[in-house]
Design a binder for this molecule. Structure first.
Ligand code: FES
Length: 224
């Protein structure tokens, strides 16, 4: 692959060909556990997190009704960072309030209040914060970043998303790689039995004589 092909395949911000392609699929945004107050006490009162997906800066939150909201992080008014916003309770009418001038947004992006406007102002009705659909599956929050106004595809019915919680678990890690490098190694069937199994060059069941013999003969084969 030459440098130009590499650029074409690995750039995924809005407006890039591969970015457009990946936006046709549900993308993992966060773990449900990241919002669990038992694991992170800050989530008790303020389940709000900044997330970056496909190069986009977003804010993910759980509103007072329990609905998930995913919005562009820069406020529709003057671009203040909504990840510092005030999450309002059901008594306050719910929604995420911008820390700068107090515009308030629902989980679906509707503008609920523009407090500095004169009484009777209809500005709020014309304002919308870009929002993205979120779906919770097997402990993962998936987001769909497709074109505004278009309908997300059905969520894939893979086994891991239909299996009971006793048979699945969710985790995440930071890989310093682009999406193509991560994907390519993920579907590479040849590496796990070497890289992940024989890292310490020991048989898995050391106490059984037949396993010891097997491991010794395997090492001898590798040497020749
Ligand atoms: S920048 Fe958000 S309300 Fe003004």
């Amino acid at each position: 692959m030459n440098a130009a092909q590499n650029e074409l395949l690995t750039r995924i911000t809005p407006g890039t060909p591969c970015g457009q392609l990946l936006r046709q699929y549900w993308q993992p945004a966060a773990l449900v556990d990241e919002f669990n107050p038992a694991l992170d006490p800050r989530m008790e009162n303020r389940p709000v997190k900044a997330v970056k997906l496909l190069g986009q800066e977003l804010v993910l939150f759980k509103d007072a009704s329990g609905a998930w909201g995913l919005l562009d992080r820069d406020c529709a008014h003057r671009g203040a960072d909504l990840s510092f916003g005030r999450l309002e309770s059901a008594l306050q009418g719910g929604g995420l309030r911008c820390p700068f001038h107090g515009w308030k947004f629902a989980a679906d992006g509707r503008c609920l209040e523009t407090p500095a406007e004169p009484a009777g102002s209809k500005l709020c009705e014309r304002v919308r914060q870009r929002s993205y659909p979120v779906i919770e599956k097997s402990g993962v929050l998936f987001a769909w970043l497709g074109d505004e106004g278009s309908t997300p595809p059905p969520f894939p019915a893979f086994d891991c998303f239909t299996a009971p919680a006793t048979h699945s678990f969710a985790f995440k890690g930071l890989w310093n790689a682009n999406w193509l490098q991560a994907f390519e190694v993920g579907i590479d069937p040849a590496h796990p039995s070497f890289l992940h199994r024989f890292l310490q060059d020991e048989p898995l069941r050391r106490n059984r004589p037949e396993c010891r013999r097997q491991a010794v003969s395997q090492r001898q084969r590798w040497r020749h």
